[in-house]
Design a protein around this ligand. Structure first.
Ligand code: PAF
Length: 287
């Protein structure tokens, strides 16, 4: 496994592998790697001959400076974890390398970005689109792997790839969970033991809501989820919505013939956690 920091070195290595006929699988990350990321690397290696992982804490997607400062960083530990996977190349650029000049591009994803994360984190998805489009341009992957935990991000990245006519197949990968059900996230390591225990209530409640599907109207179920989670003194819901899985717009009745996803954001102390579950007849708990 190799590590490069410069775009020129990345391009040279990837071009060489492509000329050898290998397909390129790409896993973009912000580091602080966990099993969720490692599962993306495993998926990447199933689909492609050469696996590239990027590690870059992208400042343009943080609408909260404190969140950016607090974001965990440990390249040494990340490299150790990746050594035990089938990752071939790690690209860990500095901010200057990624943004030699200010990125002034403004994307427009219409109603996909005005709800949920987009509504509560203004500018977040523009920053994600900026960095992912740059990374795609640098790595030129055949496949790129993203976790379903970031459900709205996945929709935005698919939309971006279509808008820019990119020739990269976006592969969604299942959310990996801790033994207590908490969706894996780099931010989990910032939780205290008590907060981690409380945070387990998020997925527990979402799975509980799946069971209640069809037994109560959508609006009532939404309220039940909010009340259940807000009862825990360590948790405060920012939003919970049940949305059309493709358009991300709110669903008001179980009768709507669309795939439905329940998406949630919860503050646990200073840490913001997100998660989601599918509301379909064949419930997939994927623990
Ligand atoms: O999901 C993430 O870790 C980030 O948003 C991504 C896709 C690596 C872009 O910085």
């Amino acid at each position: 496994m190799e590590l490069v920091h410069a775009v020129a070195d990345l391009k040279q290595l990837v071009e060489r592998k492509k000329s050898e006929g290998l397909s390129v699988g790409f896993v973009p990350t912000m580091g602080a790697l966990h099993e969720g990321h490692l599962s993306l690397v495993a998926e990447a290696s199933k689909a492609s001959g050469y696996v590239v992982v990027s590690i870059f804490v992208n400042p343009t997607q943080f609408n909260d400076k404190k969140d950016l400062e607090r974001y965990p960083r440990n390249l040494g530990l990340d490299m150790e974890l990746l050594k035990s996977t089938s990752c071939d190349l790690v690209f860990a650029p500095g901010v200057e390398e990624m943004y030699p000049v200010k990125d002034t591009r403004l994307f427009n994803f219409g109603s996909l970005e005005t709800v949920m994360e987009g509504k509560h984190r203004p500018g977040h998805f523009n920053g994600v689109a900026q960095v992912v489009s740059k990374l795609f341009d640098m790595v030129q992957p055949d496949f790129a792997f993203f976790g379903e935990k970031d459900f709205q991000q996945l929709a935005i990245i698919k939309a971006m790839s279509r808008q820019l006519n990119l020739d990269v197949k976006i592969v969604p990968c299942k959310t990996v969970r801790e033994p207590n059900g908490l969706a894996m996230s780099s931010r989990n390591q910032l939780l205290s033991d008590a907060q981690r225990e409380s945070a387990a209530l998020i997925s527990e409640t979402l799975f509980g809501a799946q069971e209640k599907m069809d037994k109560m109207p959508v609006a009532e179920l939404k309220q039940w989820v909010m009340d259940t989670i807000n009862k825990d003194e360590n948790l405060e819901i920012e939003y919970f919505d049940i949305v059309n899985s493709d358009t991300l717009q709110s669903v008001n009745s179980w009768d709507e013939k669309v795939n439905k996803t329940g998406c949630i954001a919860v503050h646990c102390g200073r840490i913001r956690l997100i998660d989601n579950v599918t509301f379909s007849k064949n419930v997939d708990r994927s623990l």
